[in-house]
Write a protein that binds this ligand. Structure first.
Ligand SMILES: Cc1cc2nc3c(=O)[nH]c(=O)nc-3n(C[C@H](O)[C@H](O)[C@H](O)COP(=O)(O)O)c2cc1C
Length: 318
């Protein structure tokens, strides 16, 4: 942490010690020095979470790992009787994965404030506020409204899962080329966004092994599986290495891996990503399409069905 000393009028010895410790912790990674200025029972209040002293120390180490050029400058200090407010700006380049975010190589600059309350010589608790949305946006992973959901008040996961099981979808394999190696996963969270321009979206969990390749790619392929490709769906719904060794596939016009025998395929240019909690929504522009007219594989209630055997609904209601 760099202190902009010209603007600071630090009078209290506790504030001076706090600033020194923060500088050493954030600037040099000497996190243990925080033990001298933060109470053992210290609590840090974030927007939705609480951190203990040890958790704060661990998060500083983790941030410095992901943002090796991290700087934190205190621009203004306001001291009260037992409180101090620090107004700061932090900068860093995301060169390694961080809290599920991929290493985008992008730099953020965010301003915030920390309000600390002393108990004796040490800080008992503090609250921190900063422009979290702006920070993620500049790192190339803009937050969607989904991050604002209060998880406790949302419907329970069993009820939501049961609802999802009532949906009927096709099954796609989303794939990309990573340094010559084809990588992909089964995805049914696929939707058309618009026809003009031709935009589609897919939703991929961030702990997928394909994720880091997908987010770094310029193009990805979407193969809508045919009814006789349940085995293919099963291969791509696992985490095994070299999934493409087990299937017949080819490269499309843009070089993306596409599955032979799929009902339809599209090659998509990645346009945007929206970071939504455990998942990321990828929005892409369709650059090329092809099709075989083979009946599609259908997925509902956790089971696969033959899309060639569907009965038109008019026949049932007539
Ligand atoms: C029918 C079906 C649909 C799926 N849809 C999605 C999806 O939309 N998004 C997703 O992230 N995972 C989805 N999955 C799960 C992934 O395919 C699965 O987690 C896979 O193991 C990920 O592989 P990877 O970690 O090698 O990338 C689906 C699985 C199945 C069987």
């Amino acid at each position: 942490m760099n202190q902009a000393t010209t603007e600071n009028r630090v009078t209290g010895h506790r504030t001076a010690a706090l600033l020194d410790a923060l500088e050493r912790a954030w600037g040099n990674g000497e996190v243990d020095v925080l033990d001298t200025v933060l109470a053992e029972s210290f609590v840090r209040h974030g927007r939705t979470s609480l951190q203990t002293r040890d958790e704060l120390k661990a998060s500083i180490i983790d941030m410095r790992r992901a943002f090796p050029d991290l700087t934190m400058t205190v621009e203004r200090v306001i001291e009260g009787t037992d409180e101090v407010a620090l107004y700061w700006t932090s900068n860093g380049t995301l060169t390694d994965t961080y809290l599920g975010l991929p290493a985008t190589g992008r730099t953020y600059s965010v301003s915030g404030a920390t309000f600390s309350r002393f108990d004796g010589d040490v800080v008992a608790e503090e609250s921190v506020i900063y422009d979290r949305r702006g920070k993620y946006s500049s790192l190339g992973v803009p937050l969607s409204g989904a991050n604002e959901v209060d998880v406790d008040s949302a419907a329970g996961p069993d009820a939501v899962r049961a609802m999802h099981r009532t949906m009927v979808t096709g099954v796609t394999v989303v794939a990309t080329d990573s340094e010559g190696e084809a990588r992909g996963l089964a995805v049914n969270a696929f939707a058309s966004v618009s026809l003009e321009p031709p935009l589609i979206l897919i939703c991929v969990q961030k702990n997928s092994s394909t994720y880091s390749h997908l987010i770094a790619s310029k193009y990805f392929g979407v193969s809508v599986l045919a009814a006789d490709q349940m085995g293919v769906a099963r291969v791509f719904a696992t985490k095994q290495e070299r999934k493409f060794d087990q299937v017949e596939w080819h490269r499309g016009e843009l070089g993306v891996p596409l599955l032979d025998g799929a009902t339809s395929t599209m090659e998509v240019e990645l346009q945007d990503t929206l970071h939504a909690s455990t998942h990321t929504i990828f929005i892409g522009r369709v650059k090329a399409v092809a099709g075989t007219n083979a009946p599609p594989l259908v997925y509902t209630g956790g089971q696969f069905f033959d899309g060639g055997q569907l009965v038109p609904a008019e026949d049932l209601t007539a």
